[in-house]
Design a protein around this ligand. Structure first.
Ligand code: SAM
Length: 237
């Protein structure tokens, strides 16, 4: 992967960034995503935020190497602290982290007034998608698109949201599986949940063998298995 040839995962994330958006890419190791989008001519302004010195320096080098310093500002900052009011950001990407960390970054940014509510959020949690969906619903963001893809034997979800004036809610099932993803039931989605099902069944077998009383945990895992089977419905087998 480089600034000309993004990974499949980052290319999918980038596909949700609107044309001419003013982008903040948070956790922008190497600034690959903003650099690629600028080089493609899709956007002409981005902030690349990084909290760790090493990746921050890599991002800076990448931007300088491509003579993009007038279009991409690289900032050493924690989460959405990288965003300044006069950046007039209209899209935020946070990719390649756990869902819990993404939600923490959003919450802290929200508390500090770093989110105007006008920006599209494009979030790609490696795990913990539930935390992300819960954060969005609680804070009045409507999920407008979802994507799931496989790269190097890993499965990734992308969640795209915008602030909504309409009331927006999700059922527990939609929080867990994604409203778009569970409707579309793509092959990748089925694969993910077949893997999750196998993993839960393994956990359940181990719990049942335990010498300690695991009845509460067993009931919990059995419920999860039931829910996954329901979503997979006739795909299980
Ligand atoms: N976004 C890129 C991608 O999807 O390929 C890089 C993902 S990399 C695994 C995660 C990056 O997020 C690391 O460079 C890490 O230093 C950075 N990071 C983690 N927590 C952060 C935070 N609170 N604020 C800014 N960057 C953060």
């Amino acid at each position: 992967m480089n600034e000309y040839q993004l990974s499949k995962r980052l290319a999918h994330v980038g596909s949700f960034v609107p044309e001419n958006a003013r982008l903040a890419d948070i956790g922008s190791d190497h600034a690959y995503l903003p650099a690629a989008l600028v080089l493609q001519g899709k956007i002409s302004f981005a902030v690349a935020g990084e909290v760790v010195e090493g990746p921050y320096n890599s991002a800076k080098k990448q931007v300088e190497k491509n003579h993009l310093s007038d279009k991409i500002i690289v900032r050493l900052a924690n989460g959405l602290d990288a965003v300044h009011l006069d950046d007039e950001i209209s899209a935020v990407t946070i990719a390649g982290m756990g869902g819990a960390l993404i939600s923490e970054i959003l919450e802290s940014g929200f508390q500090k007034g770093k989110l105007s509510g006008k920006e599209r959020l494009i979030l790609q949690p490696n795990v913990g998608e539930v935390a992300v969906r819960k954060w969005l619903v609680i804070h009045g963001y409507k999920i407008i698109a979802e994507d799931i893809l496989e790269e190097n034997k890993k499965l990734y979800e992308i969640i795209v949201a915008e602030k909504s004036n309409e009331s927006f809610s999700l059922s527990n099932r939609e929080i867990q599986f994604g409203s778009f993803l569970s409707k579309e039931k793509s092959e990748t989605f089925i694969k993910k949940w077949q893997q999750e099902l196998k993993q839960r069944e393994y956990v359940l077998t181990s719990l049942k063998k335990s010498a300690e009383n695991q009845s509460e945990k067993i009931a919990e895992v059995e419920k999860e298995i039931e829910e996954i089977k329901e979503v997979l419905s006739n795909h299980v087998g």
